[in-house]
Design a protein around this ligand. Structure first.
Ligand code: RB5
Length: 163
């Protein structure tokens, strides 16, 4: 898959590790920064990762900040993005199966690198179930989003498109 990845200073070291895991798994990684532990604001970087997914340049996105929360808030502002903050394996699996999440947010100050790697692997490997009820609910998310996107031509990815 093509995966856009970004972090702020708090997530930089974990991002480095996850980029190397992703590359090792054969994914194409677009690293959108940051590139040091110097303090940087997370909104612009998180938006960049999410925009790449919404535009279809990337199949999935991964964003890491201190808690993962700020990044998740930002990513979910981008139409077509369903970002999930996951700090456990159950959520990582079920957010793919039920929500078809296309962006994963992680908090580098909340979990250790080994768990982050496991969460990433499960999230990447799990498919959207495609069950009618989950497709319907994801469609309802898109409908709610569309209410706030009037006048903005946008074609959010189809449910199941976030492979
Ligand atoms: C940076 O100190 C921290 O606020 C940021 O990494 C993130 O946790 C925001 O949600």
């Amino acid at each position: 898959m093509r995966i856009s990845v970004g972090s702020d200073h708090a997530g930089f070291l974990l991002k480095k590790e996850l980029v190397s895991v992703l590359t090792g798994l054969g994914h194409v990684v677009f690293d959108l920064g940051c590139f040091s532990t110097d303090s940087v604001d997370y909104p612009g970087i998180a938006a960049g990762v999410a925009r790449a997914v919404a535009a279809g340049t990337a199949d999935r996105g991964v964003i890491i900040c201190g808690t993962g929360i700020g990044s998740c808030i930002v990513a979910n502002k981008i139409p077509g993005v369903r970002a999930a903050l996951c700090h456990d394996l159950y959520s990582a699996r079920v957010t793919r199966e039920h929500n078809d999440s296309n962006v994963l947010c992680l908090g580098a100050r909340v979990i250790g690198p080994d768990l982050a790697v496991e969460i990433l692997k499960v999230w990447l490997a799990t498919a959207f179930t495609g069950a009618e009820r989950h497709g319907r609910r994801v469609g309802q998310i898109a409908d709610i989003e569309a209410e706030y996107c009037k006048g903005r031509p946008q074609a959010p990815p189809e449910p199941g498109g976030g492979r």
